[in-house]
Write a protein that binds this ligand. Structure first.
Ligand code: MN
Length: 233
């Protein structure tokens, strides 16, 4: 055992439905604009015939279990919810062909990509990195992992309610780049590893939260996710 100067950070993990075993997290990846109606609401429509998907990452330490209460984060006045289907990778894969993409899938989850929208848009428009807008502490909210080895989800309702009122309602069949295409493209850049998560993008209807808000969301056939927004620190 190496002698550390201080205790290394704990491994991040998520529960697995129907199991006492936990799913250890390697890297959380996020797909940018991946539903047309959301791309339009962000003022950046996507032309799939000439564009490729793009990605950003968040530190594994941003992972937060569904049902948590998190403080409204600092240095923002426009903290947004984004409801997303999450793919959990269970096998290593590099340059995975789309037709083989199912082979690296362990399961799925329902997630929230919480975002300091004000800072993200400043960064976007100034050509700066997105970290302050996206890599927010406690911003990668995720349900338990639902094992579905080798299953490719191509359709299913995805929805989010804020304080019981529907804000996002779409279908995973509206993904611009589907699960197979994302795994194939992302694995051109990265050696995918067991424990990687891919947040597949949010449909339209994103919006702000305030302290006291309760978010509930779901991906039909997968899971529900919840988050409570607490007072700022
Ligand atoms: Mn997102």
């Amino acid at each position: 055992m190496p002698q550390y100067l201080f205790s290394p950070p704990p491994a991040m993990s998520l529960g697995i439905r129907g199991s006492d075993t936990r799913f250890p997290i390697n890297r959380p990846f996020f797909v940018g604009r991946n539903y047309h109606a959301h791309a339009v609401e962000m003022g950046r429509p996507v032309d799939k015939s000439v564009e490729r998907p793009f990605y950003f990452t968040k530190a594994p330490q941003t992972l937060t279990a569904s049902g948590a209460t998190v403080a409204y984060p600092p240095e923002t006045s426009n903290y947004h919810f984004e409801m997303e289907m999450v793919v959990a990778i269970g096998k290593a894969g590099f340059r995975v062909k789309a037709e083989d993409a199912h082979s690296v899938i362990y399961g799925y989850a329902a997630g929230l990509d919480m975002t300091r929208r004000d800072l993200q848009l400043v960064a976007r428009d100034k050509g700066r990195p997105w970290d302050l807008g996206k890599d927010v502490e406690q911003s990668s909210v995720c349900s338990e992992i639902v094992p579905m080895q080798g299953v490719v989800i191509d359709s299913g309702a995805i929805a989010l309610e804020l304080n019981g009122q529907t804000k996002q309602s779409s279908n995973v069949d509206k993904l611009i780049w589907n699960v197979r295409e994302i795994i194939a493209d992302l694995s051109l850049f990265y050696h995918l590893q067991p424990g990687d998560l891919i947040y597949t993008g949010t449909p339209e209807g994103v919006g702000p939260v305030v302290a006291g808000d309760q978010i509930t969301g779901r991906v039909a056939g997968v899971a529900e996710v919840a988050l409570n927004i607490g007072a700022p620190e």
